[in-house]
Design a protein around this ligand. Structure first.
Ligand code: HEC
Ligand code: HEC
Length: 207
């Protein structure tokens, strides 16, 4: 009897493991619009070659869906959102948003090299511990200790281009980007100096 139970547990877990690995290995089809349109700037697997264009690879699907909707209804209105992504998002059919987001969520990120180790170390310190005297919380608390984000609300930052990260922090600070729930990022970026933004972006790039 006990042997039978052990056998059942063994095959049960084994089966789940097999199913799990089959799921993880299942290739996700590249949506047509990604090939024809988005890849020009974001790369076909979501790794962009131009640092003003964000990497989308590995981003949590709910965050990507929210951004596309925010571009479509003009809730995200920083300068490059307005001049580029409002037009791009307008070409995305409503019933394709989740497919696109799921595709990018399944792609692998690409961390950059630590070009300036001193700057990276300064950024790491703020990312991990915040700045108590300025009531600045640790970025880690919401974006995760490895920058992978905490879906559904908190985006992945790991490996993101420095130029893009700095531009977003500036846009939150000046409130040009105001699509963050409860003004979380506007409040946080409002406390950051340009120097701190560069340090944080340098560290995030290496994650
Ligand atoms: C001509 C270049 C270009 C093309 C083509 C383009 N994008 Fe973008 N995309 C950008 C830029 C620039 C930004 C940054 C906008 C900002 O600063 O607010 C961006 C931002 C985004 C973001 C937000 C990322 C984040 O981390 O918040 C998503 C999602 C996105 N694009 C999806 C798409 C999809 C899907 C397509 C194809 C339908 C597409 N883009 C086509 C240039 C482009
Ligand atoms: C209390 C939670 C919280 C903390 C702490 C936090 N963030 Fe965020 N962050 C968010 C949320 C939520 C968003 C997504 C806003 C949206 O939905 O558009 C975000 C978005 C961002 C983005 C834009 C990502 C993109 O792809 O466009 C950057 C960059 C960012 N955070 C950097 C930081 C840095 C650097 C710190 C630390 C100084 C930090 N965040 C601390 C909640 C947080």
């Amino acid at each position: 009897m006990r042997k039978a139970v052990r056998k059942a547990v063994f095959w049960g877990l084994g089966g789940m493991w097999l199913m799990g690995s089959a799921y993880a290995a299942a290739p996700v089809k590249t949506p047509a619009i990604v090939k024809t349109t988005c890849s020009a700037c974001h790369g076909v697997t979501g790794i962009s070659l131009v640092p003003t264009f964000p990497n989308l690879a590995g981003q949590g699907a709910p965050y990507t869906e929210k951004q596309i909707r925010d571009f479509q209804n003009h809730k995200r209105a920083d300068p490059l959102a307005k001049s580029i992504m409002w037009g791009m998002a307008a070409t995305i059919p409503k019933n394709k948003i989740d497919e696109i987001a799921d595709y990018f969520a399944h792609q692998k990120g690409a961390p950059g090299a630590a070009e300036n180790p001193k700057l990276v170390a300064a950024g790491r310190k703020i990312y991990m511990g915040g700045v108590a005297t300025d009531h600045l919380p640790a970025c880690m608390a919401c974006h995760g200790p490895t920058g992978r984000g905490l879906p559904p609300l908190f985006p992945r930052l790991a490996g993101q281009h420095m130029t893009y990260v700095i531009a977003q922090l500036q846009a939150f600070k000046t409130k040009q980007r105001a699509n963050d729930p409860l003004a979380i990022m506007r409040t946080i970026a409002g406390k950051l100096s340009a120097k701190q933004m560069s340090a944080l972006a340098a560290y995030i790039r290496t994650l």
